[in-house]
Each structure stands twice: as C-alpha cells, then as structure tokens.
Design a binder for this molecule. Structure first.
Ligand SMILES: [Zn+2]
Length: 358
C-alpha cells in the first residue's frame, strides 16, 4: 500500500502539499502499517565515470554525476534503466560534483531523455586548463540546466522531504570549490600523524562538491573526485565530519585521493568504488581501504583488469568482472533505519549482505 502512495505523491514538493494530498486523496488509503523505511542508493556502471542515484523514503531522487557522453548515449540509458528499477521517472536534484567529462559529460544526453528539476554545482567556471574542449561541454551543460543552477557552498543543505513515520534525512555539503566546512574545535586528530600533503592540485578535482547524506543514524559520504590536500582539511588537524557507514571511494579509487588520514577518521563500514576495468582501483587505495579496522567490505563496480587478484576486492564483491561484453551490473544499497541495518546487493550475483548502522 505504501508503495502505491509513494507513487501518487511523487513530485509534490512541499510537505504541506504532501500532507494535504494524503488527506484529500480518496483513493489513497490511510497508512495501516508503517511506511517502507528505506533509502536506496544505486551505483550505475558508467565504466570508470560516476553516476550515483539516491532515492529517499519519500520517493525524492538525487543523481550525483551523470557519467560519460557518447557511445550512443550509453550512460544516459544506463541511468534511465536504474531509474526504472528504482521506480522513479524524474530526477529531483542533480548534483554535478565537478566539471570533468566522466561526471557531467553525460548530463545533456540524460536531460534530453528525462526531466531534471534542480541543478547544483560548485559554481561557474570560465575555463579549465586540463580540458581544451571545456567551453563546448560547459555550454551544453548550462543549456541542459536552462542556465538555472545553484552554487553549493560548504555548510549548505539540500532540503529533502521526510516521509511520514521515517527518521530525519539531510544532505549537507562539506566541501565545494576548494573550501571545506568550519571545523569542530576538537583535539588534534591522531589519524593525521605521519600523513603528508601532496603537490598542489590545480585541477577541478580539488573543487569537487563533497557531501554527507544522513538518514536516521546512517551516514553516506560522497566526495566526487576530491583530491588529497582538500580531503586532508576535512580530517586534519581536527576531524570535521565524524564516522560514516558508507564511503563512496573517492576519485574511482585513485591514489591522488583517498587521503589515509581521512579514511582513518571516517572509519567506514562499507566502501563502494566506482572504478572502470582500466581506471581507478589503484593498489595503494585498495590496500589502505582494506587495512581499515572498521571496514567490513569493499565493493567494486569493476574488476581492475590491470592489477592482481590481491589488489582487487574478492570476486563476490565485484559487480563486473570482464572488460568485454560488459553487462553493466549495478551495486545497490538499501538502508532500513528502523532496523539500523543496510543491505548491499551485487547485481551480478544477486547476493545481498547486511551490515549494521553504527
Ligand atoms: Zn572522475
């Protein structure tokens, strides 16, 4: 029953209107049971790009990045497939973490297929030294967004609806445009000991939007391709975030990101890496993740075909094993706030595993 109600109220934005719709809708039966208390996160396989689809218990959708352009609209089609599986028809919020092709390049093709209501990014950019084709791609993105974008700053929140009977849900920006949220005035973080900074990164990676999505006691961390020295500011000299349950492995698992001080501070229970067969999944990042005492599982969207089995997660935690004939299997996360558990499903094997919310 709840599912039917969810379908009917989808798209109604204010809680007042939502409540009114429930009260007025003769065809909508009163909730005789507790609503389905789940938050879902879908890892769409975009071959080493990023496209993370989040659907809240209220049926509101957030897409973080939109994969690559081209290949006959491959990534837009895969995102659409994920949307159908998630039983949604529009994207309420699109977050563009940064202006690199594997993150926002696929957005115009997706926008031509589905309605996208709100666009967020780290702010306007005139040019990018690392992408000679930037002006064309940026213009296509601006056109798809109808020139209406919201600049996210550290500390900003994207307001999300709360479904009746479910815990609070929030999405808080913790880094954007090279800046991070104000720190807790805490003690020096011991996780910073011995961790050195790297060379300054002038690329747009360092300006990635990073956020924490909180549902009940469950925390999900996604930092796009944020690089080492900005990650460092989130953990050092004092921790600005706290521990999380689910860590989207930053920058596809490259070792220019995934600062060890931050990993040791976030203490994730599960990490999911959106790597490609030949992109990301660096042995240093895999080693550092697997060495975390908090970590119960590392999942990978792809096997890294260029490294050894020991430098990959075990096969049962990998969604796509082969480079050729890619079946684009998803990894899906479902959070049950009432039970304080979350479930991760490997779309290739169909096997689900449960983890406790901290
Ligand atoms: Zn990337």
């Amino acid at each position: 029953m709840w599912k039917n109600r969810q379908l009917r109220i989808r798209g109604i934005k204010s809680l007042t209107a939502l409540t009114a719709a429930i009260a007025l809708g003769a065809a909508i039966s009163a909730p005789a049971q507790k609503p389905q208390q789940s938050l879902r996160i879908h890892y769409v396989d975009v071959e080493g790009g990023a496209a993370t689809l989040i659907v809240t218990p209220a049926g509101e959708s957030i897409l973080v990045d939109a994969g690559w352009p081209g290949f006959d609209g491959r990534d837009a089609a895969r995102i659409q497939t994920a949307m159908k599986r998630a039983d949604i028809s529009v994207i309420d919020h699109f977050i563009n973490t940064h202006y690199h092709t594997d993150h926002y390049g696929g957005l115009p093709e997706l926008a031509a297929r589905v309605e996208i209501r709100n666009f967020y990014d780290h702010g306007p950019v005139d040019n990018l030294a690392e992408d000679r084709d930037f002006p064309r791609k940026y213009a296509a993105y601006r056109a798809a967004a109808k020139n209406r974008t919201t600049t996210l700053r550290p500390g900003d929140e994207i307001k999300l609806q709360r479904a009746p009977g479910t815990p609070a849900i929030s999405l808080r920006v913790i880094a954007s445009n090279g800046e991070v949220i104000g720190g807790r005035q805490g003690r020096p973080n011991p996780a910073c000991t011995g961790v050195q900074l790297k060379a300054h990164d002038p690329s747009d990676n360092a300006r990635s939007v990073a956020f924490v999505l909180r549902y009940g006691n469950f925390d999900f961390f996604d930092a796009g391709d944020l690089t080492w020295n900005i990650e460092h500011l989130l953990a050092c000299p004092s921790d600005r975030i706290g521990v999380v349950d689910l860590y989207q492995v930053t920058h596809h698992g490259l070792n220019s990101s995934n600062n060890t001080a931050l990993l040791r501070t976030l203490k994730p229970t599960v990490a999911i890496m959106n790597n490609g067969p030949r992109k990301g999944g660096h042995p240093d990042a895999v080693r550092d993740l697997l060495s975390l005492s908090s970590l119960q599982a590392l999942y990978q969207v792809h096997r890294n075909v260029t490294t050894t089995p020991e430098e990959n997660a075990p096969e049962e935690f990998i969604a796509n094993l082969d480079e050729a004939g890619d079946a684009a299997h998803e990894i899906t996360v479902t959070v049950d706030a009432a039970a304080r558990t979350f479930t991760v499903t490997n779309g290739r094997t169909g096997v689900s595993r449960n983890y406790g919310v901290k």
